[in-house]
Design a binder for this molecule. Structure first.
Ligand code: SF4
Length: 358
């Protein structure tokens, strides 16, 4: 929302935040959990409706029967062009689907060409796209499998708006790299520039820019310790079983995770480990291995657990979460009660609704 607000503003369109359809055009960003609860409102809206977001990118062909226009892909360039076309009655731009037409987007967004935010602040997006292909994740399917980066100059300019500087990235330690091979010098150069603003606190390796385990090296954690204010480092592990990591195509091993945990602890950080339970093909044995990993790692850090949720446009689209066996439910419940495990491991919808819809 923040970056689309900025992109539209630059094109001369000011967006307002509304609670329902309002004249003359209302925009909706849809994810796959909350999106369906808005379908009826969009369908019956007596105004022009435009939908976008991760759910719309994957299911645009279904949504053209609900909304007037569907933005398919990145919106910073497409949305202002679409607004202009509606206003001036021009042919629709690429990247827009309707019930009668669709032309795929003809561009990908250059991050430096668009600020992450203007009046309505958002996180500083330093990188976009991901070269990995985890089977449950929409990121490479929406933003592509080539990672793009914002320049240091652009990041420093955006950082001036904050006291606490936080980065949005699929893998914050991959800044400046091809996303696969760690090269810490790029992040070092960025931090060195940001540190010239002494009144700022920098947070690296925390939400919304967690890091992949194989990027966590001794050099990387030393860099975080030197320049940043966080005491915790968030690492995406996703499973405690190597066989599951292989099935979900994570591209790293459990031993990479333990190495990352060791580096964090050695440098004085508390590791916070993301895991997902309930993958469709996960066996009981793999679930129990993940539980045993959670128990062990929660002795030195924290676990943030999620329940698998099938997202459209991913290889696991349409596959439901498998049931958790009682031993797993009870072990995760105990860890949650002890305060060492957080997250929505029993119900993914809790992340998005304050009250879970029936
Ligand atoms: S989960 Fe992370 S590493 Fe895997 S594809 Fe998504 S963004 Fe990339």
């Amino acid at each position: 929302m923040a970056c689309l607000y900025a992109a539209c503003e630059r094109a001369g369109y000011n967006l307002d935040f509304v609670n329902g359809p309002e004249n003359d055009i209302t925009l909706y960003s849809l994810n796959s959990i909350t999106g369906p609860s808005l379908f009826q409102e969009i369908r019956s809206a007596d105004v022009i409706t435009i939908v976008g977001g991760p759910h719309a990118c994957a299911r645009w062909d279904e949504l053209t029967s609900i909304a007037d226009y569907v933005v398919v892909g990145e919106g910073e360039f497409t949305l202002p062009r679409l607004l202009r076309c509606i206003e001036d009655d021009l042919p629709l731009p690429p990247g827009v689907a309707t019930s009668t037409s669709f032309q795929a987007a003809d561009h990908s967004v250059l991050l430096d060409g668009n600020p992450s935010f203007s009046e309505h602040k958002g996180y500083i997006e330093i990188s976009r796209g991901c070269p990995f292909g985890c089977t449950y994740c929409q990121t490479p399917r929406i933003f592509g499998n080539k990672i793009r980066h914002r320049s240091i100059d652009s990041i420093v300019k955006l950082a001036q708006s904050f006291h606490d500087i936080r980065f949005l990235s699929p893998n914050a330690l991959a800044y400046g790299t091809d996303g696969i091979h760690p090269e810490i010098r790029h992040m070092q150069a960025l931090l060195r520039e940001l540190a010239k603003m002494p009144d700022k606190d920098i947070f690296l390796g925390t939400f919304p820019g967690e890091i992949r385990p194989e990027f966590v090296s001794e050099e990387a954690v030393d860099l975080i310790a030197r320049y940043c204010s966080n005491t915790k480092v968030h690492i995406g592990a996703q499973s405690g079983a190597d066989s599951t990591l292989k099935k979900i195509r994570r591209g790293h091993t459990l031993s990479d995770v333990w190495n990352a945990v060791d580096h964090c602890v050695d440098a004085g950080f508390i590791p916070v480990i993301d895991i997902i339970v309930g993958f469709p093909d996960e066996t009981d044995d793999e679930l129990l291995k993940t539980v045993s990993f959670c128990r062990e790692v929660s002795g030195i850090g924290y676990v943030h657990a999620h329940r698998f949720f099938s997202l459209p446009g991913t290889p696991l689209e349409g596959r439901g979460s498998r049931d958790l066996i009682p031993e797993v439910e009870s072990a995760l419940g105990s860890l949650a009660l002890s305060g060492r495990l957080t997250g929505s491991w029993n119900n993914p919808e809790i992340r998005f609704f304050s009250k879970v819809p029936k």
